[in-house]
Ligand binder design. Sequence first.
Ligand code: HEM
Length: 290
Amino acid sequence: AERHHPGMPQDLSEALKEATKEVHIQAENAEFMKNFQKGQVTREGFKLVMASLYHVYVALEEEIERNKQNPVYAPLYFPEELHRKAALEQDMAFWYGPRWQETIPYTPATQHYVRRLHEVGQTQPKLLVAHAYTRYLGDLSGGQVLKKIAQKALGLPSSGEGVAFFTFPNIGNAIKFKQLYRARMNTLEMTPEVKQKVIEEAKTAFLLNIQLFEELQGLLNHNEEDQSSSQTSGLRQRASEGVWEGTQPTPAMVPSGKPQLSSLSQAPLLRWVLTFSFLVATVAVGLYAM
Ligand code: HEM
């Protein structure tokens, strides 16, 4: 089916699969994901990634609800089968307890991903398909393997407690459902220009996930160092499992609520101010020398 646009498959489903092949490999090879696949996932790491996914799916599904009647998305509206918010709420309660809403982390990379989802849903709903594709088809594919790994590594009951996110009770056959989903994607009316943008947005969606994994891995490594250097410090609290349990959150990792200006986004401004001051000083010295 490559008659009209050589190099890009005609069907959106095929085009997306092909265009994201490379970033998919990158995602699988992110350190966090590689460790996960080896069964090297801790409760701390799992809680962290699940909390991020909670925020991501709240945003994604809010934008899906906003656009469910819009023909650029409507054929892909499968709330009963796919939507993950309720499952993630169960997982949050399991992992963080009844006050999870106030205690779950909300990291900068998660906020970045969430911001993009709202931007797309509210200003470019034609591209929403790219985000739904990247998450839901991924969850229905590799997600099933990851569920078993997590259950084993974390010693979870086979009843599925703590991993509701990976369980799709309203999908009997994931392979069949993916086929239906691809067929629906291929019914969307799309100009070649929009199709190209959707493909670019899908790659962006993968990159947002990769950045998230990299950030979380960094937080975990950092926390590991903290715990080993705390052996000699009598002032530290008893070692706990969470990045935020027994640790005050920094402004960049607000436990919940609205995105905040993170210290990361202030760094470039500071650098700019310093550069500018330096230039002014240089010119002043130059003028003085004349
Ligand atoms: C450990 C990491 C991962 C593993 C082991 C994994 C594994 C897989 C497997 C086995 C498939 C099925 C391929 C096929 O049907 O031919 C798949 C498909 C897919 N994965 Fe992943 N995956 C991982 C991470 C991710 C991530 C992080 C994302 C994006 C957030 C993602 C998104 C997708 C998508 C969108 C598909 C459907 C491709 C298509 O049929 O068009 N995967 N993955």
